[in-house]
Design a protein around this ligand. Structure first.
Ligand SMILES: [Zn+2]
Length: 94
């Protein structure tokens, strides 16, 4: 009898650990889901983005707009910023 009880208890603990691991895995998956959806390259010049490169991860610009993820390489981002500045200047000039 006691043997059986121990078995049940052991299985219960195993299940708990399994459930816990499952929950953790799901949470991690959800967090990385966004990462998975990052485009493969720059939206403007199509330079491929290397997800394993820490340098790229820090220098490239990622914008999340609702469900859409936009990715720009540093060069295109700089160009874009300059264009925004120019547009501002144009507006101010009017
Ligand atoms: Zn680019």
């Amino acid at each position: 009898m006691s043997n059986q009880l121990r078995k049940i208890r052991r299985n219960g603990a195993k299940k708990l650990v399994k459930d816990f691991r499952k929950t953790m895995a799901n949470e991690i998956k959800q967090k990385f889901n966004m990462f998975d959806r990052i485009p493969e390259g720059c939206m403007i010049c199509n330079t491929p983005f290397d997800r394993n490169s820490k340098e790229m991860a820090f220098s490239w610009k990622v914008f999340v707009k609702q469900d859409e993820i936009r990715l720009y390489c540093p060069e295109c981002f700089e160009k874009g910023e300059k264009m925004v500045e120019k547009l501002k200047e144009m507006k101010d000039g009017v």
